[in-house]
Ligand binder design. Sequence first.
Ligand SMILES: [Mg+2]
Length: 335
Amino acid sequence: MPSLRELGEVEAIRRLISDRGEAAGVIVGAGDDAAVLRLDQGCDLAITTDALVEGRHYRAEWMTPAEIGARLAAANLSDLAAMAARPCWAVASMGVRAEHDADELLELQRGLRAMLGAHGATLVGGNLSGVEGREWFSLTLLGEVARGRAWTRSAARPGDRLAVTGHPGRSQAALELLHRLPERARDAGQRGLIDAWRAPEPRVGLALALATHGHVTAAIDLSDGLAGDLAKLCEASGVGAEVETGGFASDPALEMAAGALEIDVERLRFGASDDYELLLAVEPGGRETCTRVARELGVPLAFIGRLSDRPGVIEAVTGAERRPISGMGFDHFAR
Ligand SMILES: [Mg+2]
């Protein structure tokens, strides 16, 4: 188990590269000054990037190196899913301390590659930098989408239905549990939430399947929380939204965690939470098809409301009661 200092940069990079595979569309892969890639004809290129910073997005004692790599891949895959783009290639940039165990870095890269590979993407290059303080891992992911067919945040229309995958709020619940409840005090349901947090499932397959039907008018992935990301979609599209609180599937795991943490369950559901789920605007006639496609893929999809012609007005509706839910999202630079 040599450290990077003991191994040296050249050998560390050699090991990282030799651990990577071949992939479609790669004309020149890792090991040269740049990768050379070939898009399918008739495709647009979709690009996203995201990073995990030690202490900010993860703590080494919370997850294995492979889980850190997988979560980094998932954050980027989720962004491409929100564009209905097929993930193809990625480059990773890592800021690591000289004491970092080289085998653990390889394990992190394996977790990253496995998550990318599960969704059709390959690591084709990267960069290694030495840091003194906090470590960070950044990924840039490239994907293909048929020309002019990428989903955006800006094409939703009043009257479109709002749908969300999975169970928003669970990620924040898991983080709160990790921070506040010692491991021995956690029950099976709480451990399940934390396990799911360590291995998120980006909704790439569902997005690609839904895109073939054409009913989704706009999309965003949930990385800052349902209320915050809904506000971004609404702003980009110039619409408002009414969220029916009764539209969510019941989520006993979230409710139990909310109880143990003494947090209002709606605070978790709407507030800051990087769930890597998809929030979709669906034309009114597309609901049945989207529901069927999601069911066939085994992805939970709940219809939770509609978009309105009142820009900036984003409300939760429970029976006759309405209240605003803006301002609940995550802000990296707040506080
Ligand atoms: Mg996003």
